[in-house]
Design a protein around this ligand. Structure first.
Ligand code: FRU
Length: 317
C-alpha cells in the first residue's frame, strides 16, 4: 500500500500520517510505502510513476494541485490499481474512493457563521489557499455562494496564499491597511490565520476577528488558538487518516466499502473550544493507552516465540 502525500511537513498532515500508522498497526502484514512531494506537483507525479513501477497494490493520494495531478492519478486508475483520493481531489472523478470533508460545505458554513456575527453590513477579508488545490477552490465556491446571496455581505479583499503561515504573514503585512478595513478575516486554514494574527499583533491590533479552518488539536495548532482567544473561530477539518486506511484495507480484502466518505465538520469558537480540547485530549490519552497495550502484546509474543524455540532446542537435544 502506498501513500503519496502532497506536502508532509505541516502539523495537519503529520497528524494524518500518525492516524494512518496507528490504524495500520492492526495490519502488520501490510507494507506501507510513504512519499512526500514537499509541495511540488512535478515531484508528486514522478513519485506516483515510480510507485506504479513498483507494482503497489493500492494508492492513497492527496493531490497537491488538481490539474497537474489528474493525468497520472487517472492512469493509475486505468491500470486497475485501486486509488483512494483524500482531502484534495483530482479533476476527473476517476477514483475508487474519496475520504475527506466537503470543502464547499465548509466554505458555506464559514460564510453563514460570519453572517450571524452582525446584523450590520459585513466586509470579509479572504485569504485563500494554494490556487490550484481543490480544497481552496471549493472553499471559495462555498463562501462566495453565501456572500453572493446576501446583500449585507461582501468580500472586501481577496488574497491568494499557499496554505503556509509565512506567506499569509507576508501578505497580511503588505496589505495591512486594506485588511484592517474588513470586519473579519477568513483564512482558509489556521496556519495562515496565525500568520495574519502575527502581522496584526506586530502592528498593535489584537482585538480583530480572524477565523481559520482545521481546528487541529495539539500545541501550536488551531484548536488551542481558538481556546486561547488568539483566533476568533475555526472550522473542523478532520484529516481522515484512519478512515483512509480502513477503506484501503476493505478494498484490498475485497470487502464492501463506501465510495464517498464525507467527514463531518463543525464551527469551533469560544463557546465550544474548551470542550473540544478536553475531548481530543481524552481521545489522545486513550490512543496512547492502546499503543502501550499493543507494544505489550508484541513483547509478549516475542517472549513466547523465544520460549518455544528454547523448548524445541531442548526437545531435539
Ligand atoms: C495542510 C492543509 C490544511 C488544509 C488542507 C487543505 O497541508 O493546508 O491546513 O486544510 O491542507 O488541503
Amino acid at each position: 500500500m502506498a501513500f503519496s502525500q502532497c506536502v508532509g511537513n505541516d502539523a495537519w498532515r503529520q497528524t494524518m500520517l500518525e492516524e494512518m500508522k496507528r490504524e495500520l498497526s492492526f495490519y502488520p502484514d501490510v507494507q506501507f510505502i510513504y512519499r512526500d512531494a514537499n509541495g511540488s506537483n512535478e515531484r508528486q507525479v514522478a513519485q506516483i510513476s515510480d510507485l506504479m513501477r513498483r507494482h503497489v497494490d493500492l494508492l492513497i493520494v492527496s493531490p497537491n494541485e488538481t490539474q497537474p495531478l489528474t493525468p497520472i492519478v487517472d492512469s493509475v486508475f486505468r491500470e486497475k490499481i485501486p486509488v483512494i483520493v483524500t482531502d484534495r481531489k483530482t479533476g476527473s472523478g476517476l477514483y475508487h474512493a474519496y475520504v475527506g470533508a466537503d470543502n464547499v460545505a465548509i466554505g458555506r458554513l464559514a460564510g453563514q457563521y460570519i453572517h450571524q456575527l452582525s446584523s450590520k453590513r459585513l466586509n470579509i477579508g479572504m485569504i485563500s489557499g494554494l490556487g490550484g488545490s481543490s480544497a481552496s477552490i471549493e472553499r471559495q465556491r462555498g463562501l462566495r455562494k453565501v456572500v453572493d446571496s446576501l446583500p449585507s455581505m461582501r468580500i472586501g479583499i481577496a488574497l491568494e496564499g499557499d496554505w503556509t503561515k509565512e506567506t499569509a504573514y507576508r501578505l497580511a503585512k503588505a496589505n495591512l491597511s486594506e485588511l484592517l478595513k474588513q470586519d473579519v478575516v477568513l483564512a482558509f486554514n489556521d496556519q495562515m490565520a496565525k500568520g495574519v494574527q502575527q502581522a496584526y499583533t506586530e502592528a498593535g491590533h489584537t482585538d480583530r476577528k480572524i477565523l481559520g479552518i482545521d481546528a487541529l488539536p495539539g500545541e501550536g495548532n488551531g484548536l488551542e488558538a481558538v481556546n486561547k482567544g488568539v483566533l476568533y473561530a475555526s472550522l473542523l477539518y478532520p484529516t481522515g487518516g484512519a478512515e483512509a486506511i480502513r477503506t484501503a484495507i476493505a478494498i484490498l480484502e475485497k470487502k464492501p466499502f463506501i465510495r464517498d466518505n464525507i467527514l463531518g465538520t463543525v464551527v469551533i469558537d469560544h463557546t465550544n473550544a474548551a470542550l473540544m480540547a478536553l475531548q481530543s485530549q481524552k481521545i489522545k490519552d486513550q490512543q496512547e493507552d492502546i499503543d502501550k497495550r499493543q507494544q505489550l502484546i508484541a513483547t509478549q509474543q516475542e517472549v513466547y516465540k523465544n520460549q518455544r524455540t528454547t523448548l524445541n532446542t531442548l526437545a531435539v537435544s
